[in-house]
Ligand binder design. Structure first.
Ligand code: LUZ
Ligand code: MOS
Length: 774
């Protein structure tokens, strides 16, 4: 007799996933990566005579520069020259959103690590030695470290922003339960394996080429032009790939490239500037810490009727991308829940820390953490499981987000219900209960984390891209887009698109470097949108070329385009294979002098946003997913492991299961790291204490979950996503938020007197203290 095993559903799903993985295309960079042949900035073959540069930065977080003595450094053998703001021919200004950030400090410093000068020498070693010989006198001024202090002192980057829907004041009057509280989430170090760096080379007529480890080649080009006071066309920026970006190179790759270019401009010699890890950790901004407060109101049947939140974003000493990041916090403040009455406000607080910047999720995770805290707190006060509140409020089709976009093709309920049934939540909960009732010193905790994430740059004008396709006369194809490969596999996806449209072998397609001379005026590779924007442009260019090739066939074979197909490098007419090959067809195009290059532009349709009303339709679509996280806490030591993360993830129709799974796993672990172990610390003078990998702990192979199951949600996909394959870069990071609450549940099982804390990360030290707190 056949007895249905409750896990057979899961097994068959997992089998389907692993079969899909076997068939899916490998990341095209795998081969050069494992052989150590992949090229990064530090691998560029430098010209003879290249100079090496090191940045001299502020040792104080705030003050007036009284005196700097460069004489000893300049006298050191091998030092070529030291550049300061006085050597800038254009503007001493690198602010991307607001012009509030000098490349080099002039009279005042605003954060520890603020660049003051660039030491250029014949070797990096000499430049570093010279740095030790510079003496500086700074008259110190009061330092602001936290967002709250900044708020009290009225120190802001810009005016606050608020989103609202319905009327919270009225709604709170009707609530059966109202809770207020405060939360904190800390920053996060990007820890890209490749540190920031650039190599600048002079060319004739004052032209420059910059090889940069940047997510935004156009930002580098534009800012270099501004600082040097020369037109953008004199500067070519080239990117082969990055050893990780995570948002840290969206805006903050720029200053180093500009500095190298400035030195090249003056010396007419190539200059290389690659930060070492210490310099990188000290000088660059991180994910924004947030101090937030909330007020949540629920009905008797657990509907969240009203939600208010105030987010204090610790922006650091300059705007950088903070206003855009603050905006995304508001967009995601209600996560994947529908709340009828919402009022959220964000304040970008100016402090004396390095300007904080983009980091995977871009303010979204910080906003989502707060409503999850509010739900967990409410559940605890009411005496129920937070899962009940989460489940009662999931977003449905035609619900409105607080910013006016009407939700469509919503998969919140679907991923939630699928996760519950596929993974059998009841039995998982029972396992946790059984374990906890039979174990003294180990306790398990479980939490669910649903996610909704909007896909598009929130700044509508940034949602565009271009692709340039050349078919060479031998039938091989070269592709340029604005997409920057940073390990996320976007080049593989671009290759797949071209190979699919032309129906040619993958080996016939080459993805060129990302270069401002071939593809200009581009948005950075960011916002999880790189494959969508560049892929759609590429699809358009390839379709135009394919159409043109079909016209040739139509003429030669006296038929119509509609009857022609390109398949596996042969021409088919009325589904019959001809003897005309792809390569021969390209030969015919050459004979007929038909253009074999195409340049196409894509701008996301539909989207718009009106900042004066704070309403619109900013996102092409939303991503949805649900994770179940289980942890085991060692209640003697305060350490924890994540046993299991089980996810139902809305890929749409994934183009590349292997790459997308890699993105989900990587983002999940990065999210868990942010929530549990990565603790950035500054002292009260604004000096970074967690300034090395010995004091800043990121997840390693031993701290990743022991088991990660990711089940694709079966959906029709979304036409706004490239080939219906949904954006995957950032959203899965937010599954990690569930880890924070899973740990607290385990602590509660050990210590009944434990009162919930909403102060992330939940480090082992904090866990230990919570376990034994009366
Ligand atoms: N960068 C940006 C982003 O400039 N705008 C965005 O909306 C965004 N979202 C996520 C990540 N980076
Ligand atoms: Mo970003 S946080 O550079 O997508």
């Amino acid at each position: 007799m056949h007895k249905k095993n409750p896990s057979s559903n899961l097994e068959s799903k997992l089998n389907a996933v692993s079969n899909a993985l076997k068939q899916s295309m490998k990341n095209i960079d795998s081969f050069t990566h494992v052989r150590g042949e992949s090229l990064y900035v530090d691998d560029v073959n430098v010209r003879e005579g290249t100079f090496h540069a090191v940045v001299f930065d502020s040792p104080k977080a705030h003050g007036i520069i009284k005196n700097i003595d460069y004489s000893k450094a300049e006298a050191l053998e091998g030092v070529e020259r030291i550049f300061t703001y006085k050597d800038i021919p254009g503007e001493n200004q690198i602010g991307g959103i607001f012009p509030d950030e000098p490349l080099f400090a002039e009279n005042e410093v605003h954060f520890c690590g603020m660049p003051i000068a660039l030491i250029v020498a014949k070797s990096e070693f000499v430049a570093r030695q010279a740095r030790l010989l510079i003496s500086i006198e700074i008259e110190e001024l009061p330092v602001i470290i936290t967002a709250k202090e900044a708020k009290v002192k009225g120190s802001f980057i810009n005016a606050p922003r608020s989103f609202s829907l319905g009327n919270t004041d009225k709604a709170f009057e009707k609530c059966a339960y109202i809770f207020e509280g405060e939360t904190f989430s800390n920053g996060q170090e990007h820890l890209y394996i490749e540190t920031q760096g650039a190599y600048a080379e002079p060319s004739e007529n004052g032209n420059l080429k910059i090889t940069s480890s940047t997510q935004g080649p156009t930002a580098v080009q534009k800012t270099t032009a501004k600082v040097l006071g020369i037109p953008m066309h004199k500067i070519e920026v080239d990117v082969t790939r990055l050893g990780g970006g995570f948002g840290g190179k969206e805006d903050q790759a720029t200053p180093w490239a500009v500095m190298a270019a400035l030195a090249t401009f003056h010396l007419n010699q190539s200059v290389k500037l690659v930060l070492n890890r210490h310099d990188d950790l000290r000088m660059t901004g991180k994910r924004h810490p947030y101090e937030s407060s909330y007020k949540i109101g629920l009905s008797k049947d657990l509907k969240i009727i009203a939600y208010e939140a105030e987010f204090l974003q610790n922006s650091g000493a300059a705007a950088d991308l903070s206003p855009a990041i603050a905006e995304r916090t508001l967009f995601h403040a209600t996560n994947s829940y529908f709340v009828e009455n919402v009022k959220t406000t964000v304040l970008s607080c100016k402090t004396n820390l390095p300007p904080n910047t983009a980091f995977r999720g871009f303010g979204g995770p910080q906003g989502m953490f707060v409503i999850e805290c509010a739900i967990v707190r409410a559940a605890s006060e009411i005496g129920i499981s937070p899962i009940k509140i989460q489940e009662a409020n999931l977003l449905q089709d035609n619900d409105s987000f607080s910013y006016g976009q009407i939700a469509t093709q919503v998969e919140a309920q679907n991923t939630w219900d699928s996760a519950k049934s596929i993974f059998n939540l009841e039995s998982l909960e029972k396992e946790v209960e059984d374990f906890n009732s039979t174990h003294q010193n180990f306790k398990k905790g479980l939490a669910l984390m649903p996610i909704a994430f909007g896909i598009s740059f929130t700044n509508t004008p940034m949602n565009h891209a271009r692709a340039l396709v050349h078919i060479y006369q031998d039938g091989s194809v070269g592709i340029s887009t604005a997409a920057v490969e940073m390990g996320q596999g976007v080049n593989t996806k671009m290759l797949q698109i071209a190979a699919q449209v032309f129906s040619i072998e993958n080996s016939k397609v080459k993805i060129e470097t990302t270069n401002t001379t071939r593809v200009a005026n581009t948005s950075p590779s960011a916002a999880s949108s790189t494959a969508d924007l560049n892929g759609k442009a590429l699809l358009k260019a390839c379709n135009l070329l394919r159409d043109r090739l079909k016209e040739i066939v139509a003429e030669e074979y006296k038929t119509q385009k509609e009857h022609i197909e390109l398949k596996d490098e042969f021409v088919y007419i009325n589904s019959e294979k001809t003897d005309l090959t792809w390569t021969a067809l390209i030969g015919k195009a050459m004979e007929r002098r038909v253009a074999l290059s195409e340049n196409a532009h894509y701008a996301t349709p539909i989207i718009h946003f009106d900042k004066t009303k704070e309403k619109g339709h900013p996102f092409a679509y939303h991503f949805y997913g649900t994770a179940i996280i289980t942890t085991t806490v060692d209640c003697i030591r305060g350490t924890y492991v994540f046993d299991d993360v089980k996810i139902v993830h809305d890929y749409g129709k994934s183009m590349s299961e292997g790459i997308d799974l890699g993105q989900v796993e990587g983002a999940l672990v990065q999210g868990i790291g942010w929530m549990t172990m990565e603790e950035i610390a500054y002292n009260d003078k604004g000096k970074l204490l967690s300034n090395a990998l010995s004091t800043y702990k990121v997840p390693d192979i031993f701290s990743i979950p022991r088991n990660i199951d990711v089940i694709p949600l079966e959906t029709q996909g979304n036409d706004m996503a490239v080939l219906k394959s949904k954006a995957v870069g950032e959203p899965p990071l937010m599954y990690g938020i569930g880890a924070y609450f899973a740990i607290q549940n385990a602590i509660k099982a050990f210590n009944p007197n434990y009162t919930l804390k909403f102060h992330a990360p939940m480090t082992p030290e904090k866990v230990l203290m919570s376990l034994y707190k009366k």
